[in-house]
Design a protein around this ligand. Structure first.
Ligand SMILES: Nc1nc2c(c(=O)[nH]1)N[C@@H](CN(C=O)c1ccc(C(=O)N[C@@H](CCC(=O)O)C(=O)O)cc1)CN2
Length: 288
């Protein structure tokens, strides 16, 4: 068996096409959605993701606002950038790129974001709304995973979902999203403290790996026919000095799984498409 590929690039392209029309409808009412980004430091991955977010904005007609701060930025300087975007009427939604450099209080910074401009759905108010099943912007990676599964008609109703990784952007909110009535899944959230990881992945209908550990999920850990989604991105340098990106899912998993969202080209492009969706929805909501 070879897995059906869950093509995030193609699915994201269809979502962007729809968003172009919604942005045009907003423009006809004199509203231009604007995505703000706050990037602190020189991490090459974060820089590339932020650049990609602004390229995506240009593609669908969303305006871009960038605040790039040096690695040495203080807590007060980052908080000032957050306050500035809260006040800026051209910025209808924004994100603080994570992770932040060590020494900065990430939680405090996320709490200062105006929840009505929280394009990442990571403000405590919006995560609380998710817990209470009240409409709110959803965290982009877990929402992208749900939309990708829906696009390929992979059933979640009654499914056993095992997620690996308890980070803020993916693993932790995955549990909240997949246990909503609309997804109706049973979720097991595994992490570095999990004693027998394979015991949890082998029984799962859907396995989502967001551990940042290259090749962690091997073929013997997957139930034949299961859907596997790779969220991990690790930069490895080969013996010849060439750098490449590796996911959390070993290549042989494709021989066992029924569906595979690979890295690259699976969940990543969906994360980006969901950010655009949140920005458009925040702008639509603000102008109702
Ligand atoms: N504020 C946030 N910070 C971070 C988030 C987030 O949702 N909000 N998620 C990740 C990084 N991220 C977006 O910010 C992101 C990661 C990966 C991709 C992506 O398209 N990946 C490619 C492969 C990697 C590459 O080509 O560089 C793919 O899977 O095809 C997009 C966005 C942590 N921080």
């Amino acid at each position: 068996m070879t897995a059906t590929i869950l093509d995030g690039k193609a699915t994201a392209a269809a979502i962007k096409e729809d968003l172009r029309g919604r942005v045009k409808a907003l423009a006809d009412r004199g509203v231009v959605p604007g995505l703000g980004t706050i990037l602190v430091g020189d991490d090459p991955g974060s820089r590339a993701y932020v650049a990609g977010k602004h390229r995506d904005c240009a593609e669908v007609g969303i305006a871009s606002i960038r605040r790039d701060l040096p690695e040495t930025a203080t807590q007060a300087e980052v908080e000032a950038a957050v306050r500035e975007l809260n006040e800026d009427p051209a910025c209808t939604g924004y994100i603080v790129q994570l992770p932040l450099p060590k020494g900065l209080d990430e939680q405090r910074i996320l709490e200062l974001i105006d929840p009505d401009k929280d394009a990442d759905g990571l403000h405590p108010t919006n995560l609380g709304r998710l817990v209470l099943n009240i409409e709110a912007p959803l965290p982009c990676t877990p929402n992208g995973i749900v939309q990708l599964l829906r696009h390929y008609h992979v059933p979640t109703n009654g499914a056993e979902v095992t997620a690996i990784g308890r980070g803020t952007t993916a693993g932790r909110p995955l549990g909240l999203i997949f246990t909503r009535k609309s997804e109706n899944s049973t979720v097991t959230l595994c992490h570095t403290g999990t004693r027998d990881l394979a015991a949890h992945t082998r029984t799962a209908d859907i396995v989502i790996v967001a551990a940042g550990s290259a090749g962690l999920l091997t073929a013997d850990m997957v139930k034949p026919g299961a859907a596997v989604l790779d969220v991990g991105v690790t930069r490895v340098v080969d013996e010849d000095g060439k750098a490449r990106l590796v996911g959390d899912v070993a290549p042989e998993v494709a021989e066992v799984a029924g569906y595979l969202a690979p890295m690259p080209g699976g969940v990543g492009p969906m994360t980006r498409a969901m950010l655009l969706t949140n920005v458009v929805e925040l702008a639509e909501r603000a102008t109702l």
